[in-house]
Design a protein. Structure first.
Length: 442
């Protein structure tokens, strides 16, 4: 305690308080009636523990209606952050708006707050990034939030929202539509990006594009008629739940080079491409409890995926294949799914067998395995299937097909087997219920 007393005696009362409040290993000296830190802090310069009395501005609330331009309102936010309130009304811009301050929220008055991008040189409507990011992409800025306004563009404009290097970005209640780029682009927004309760429509690229994110939440959004709905690459821990995806010109969800993620409880309908694609070294991903309907190129395409589960999904009116496992994939579990057509009972179909729009005709497809191995297919129901329930090529092997129900298959390909699998190659088929009696419409 002698050493501690000497340290305490050398300090002013203000410095004693600083030492006590900022160091661990605190001791109590009854004789001095103060708490004194242990000897370890005395090894460091006392100036390290001195209080920083430099005045810092408090966060502010800014009424953007009082500024000549929205950019002037954004520029008025101090480095400590603040809230910028956007009034109702339409603001037309020809150059991007830029937000460069952390701890900042941009809040509108709902859809009546409309930022309209007239730029036709491929520039975004709104850029979020730290100062100097273009020169140093490793720079980061924390906690920028956008909520409750609309951003529209045109087919020659860039992204609606383009965010670079924003940690804990939060986008809620945004309407983003008709952009020539992505609706929302999050690049290097690594820490905990969140996009929820927003509507992203009619964008020429993805509704939501994410590159290099971690612990991502995409929840309760509506995506319609973008190129792809969601494109997530070079990330991990994507949690995508409760979204509605409709009428996409390309694919529904594309996930690349990402692991440890879940896509569940989504409605994915009428994609001209594929509902869900896993590619480029995806692993440890669960695709579960999604309704996948009317998708022209397929339901789930596992192009390069490992250790993934496809479970409890409903595939209806899906063309080409409901699930495809490609030659770069393996260690896949496909269980508890329903594969069906538009049968509504009593020999009736809700959709016609022929229609001028292929996407509108009756259709049911199963599982296709191309050169893949270590596949478990169990507990599924295959009904109203155009051809085989499960088909694997000669390069596939180590496939377990057990405990499935197959009924009313081969509706178009009359000579199709319920399970068309190569003999040998570690293929095991058993304890399946194959109903030879029921044929719809016969």
């Amino acid at each position: 305690m002698v050493g501690s007393k000497k340290v305490a005696e050398a300090l002013s009362p203000r410095q004693e308080i600083c030492v006590i409040s900022k160091c661990e290993g605190i001791l109590y000296d009854p004789g001095m009636n103060i708490r004194i830190v242990s000897l370890l802090p005395a090894l460091f310069p006392i100036s390290l523990f001195a209080q920083d009395n430099t005045p810092k501005p408090d966060p502010v609330t800014i009424d953007a209606a009082k500024f000549e331009t929205l950019q002037a309102a954004f520029d008025a936010v101090p480095e400590s952050g603040g809230l910028v309130r956007l009034p109702a009304g339409t603001v037309e811009i020809t150059e991007p708006l830029v937000v460069r301050t952390p701890e900042t929220r941009i809040e509108g008055a709902g859809a009546s707050t409309h930022i309209k991008n007239l730029n036709e040189a491929g520039k975004p409507a709104l850029i979020l990034e730290p100062t100097g990011y273009a020169e140093n992409p490793k720079l980061r800025m924390w906690r920028v939030q956008l909520g409750n306004f609309r951003i529209s563009g045109n087919e020659k404009s860039g992204d609606g929202v383009h965010a670079n290097g924003i940690q804990e970005i939060f986008i809620h209640g945004l309407s983003v539509d008709h952009h020539g780029g992505h609706g929302i682009s999050l690049v290097n927004c690594y820490e905990d990006p969140r996009v929820s309760d927003s509507i992203l429509t009619y964008n020429k690229k993805a509704g939501l594009f994410i590159d290099s994110g971690h612990d991502i939440v995409v929840n309760a959004n509506h995506f319609e008629e973008n190129q792809d709905a969601v494109f997530c690459t070079n990330g991990f821990n994507l949690c995508m739940n409760g979204n509605n995806l409709d009428d996409h010109l390309g694919n529904g969800v594309v996930i690349e080079n990402t692991y440890g993620s879940v896509v569940s409880g989504n409605m994915i309908e009428e994609c001209n491409g594929t509902a869900i694609i896993l590619d480029r070294d995806c692993y440890g991903i669960t695709l579960s409890a999604n309704v996948i309907a009317h998708d022209m190129e397929g339901g789930i395409d596992l192009r390069d995926a490992h250790g993934c589960a496809v479970s409890a999904n409903t595939f209806t009116l899906v063309h080409r294949h409901s699930v495809r496992v490609g030659p770069e994939s393996g260690r896949i579990t496909i269980t508890g799914n329903s594969f069906s057509n538009s049968h509504i009972g009593n020999g009736k179909l809700k959709r016609p067998a022929e229609h001028e729009r292929p996407i509108s005709r009756d259709m049911g497809t199963g599982v296709v395995i191309e050169g893949a191995s270590l596949i478990t297919i169990s507990g599924n129901s295959f009904t109203g299937i155009e051809a085989e329930a499960v088909k694997a090529d000669a390069k596939s092997g180590k496939i377990l097909v057990q405990g499935n129900l197959v009924s009313d298959w081969g509706r178009v390909k009359k000579d199709a087997k319920a399970f068309d699998l190569p003999e040998g190659n570690g293929v095991v088929v058993g304890q399946n219920l194959v109903d030879e009696t029921e044929k719809e419409g016969e």
